[in-house]
Write a new protein. Sequence first.
Length: 197
Amino acid sequence: MIARLSGTLAEAALDHAVIDVAGVGYLVQASARTLNVIGPVGGSVMLYTEMQVREDSLTLFAFGTNSEREWFRLLTGVQGVGGRVALSILSVLDADELSRAIASADAAMVARANGVGPKLAGRIVNELKGKVGGIALGAPGVVAVAGAASDAVSALINLGFRPAEATLAVAKADEELGAGATLDALVRVALKRASRA
């Protein structure tokens, strides 16, 4: 198993790069997000990797962060999600956005990635909701949120709350305030709810 590569970026393309490690060129598949930040050809790079061995192929996937690699592992554990589809999702959504999409059961957000239809996006959200960070996202009271509530969940996550905590606090605030609640009011009440928990 190859866990990471450190070497020189020999070439970069839209969906892959070649890393020269002591004269050996490793072709790695990577997300657009990783390829955009690995630097110029000729520069030094260190990438986390995951190797997939198939009957007819050996593929090395590379990631700019360990968190991206962990998401890749989670995604490829879902039936119907191969390495290329997982990279497509990681090219469109970062770790926080993916956590938010799963916490709020927002399959449409996942479906923005190329090669991910509504059915597969729904399966991804359903299968991963209990696995993200070990948080039981299907706990009672956690509901899908949209509009101002979705923005409020995002605000709480940015303040350091876990996705499940943020979603639950905003759901309670939304219930208390009723339809038409403003973002400001939702965040204020959700913060009070979360601090009492």
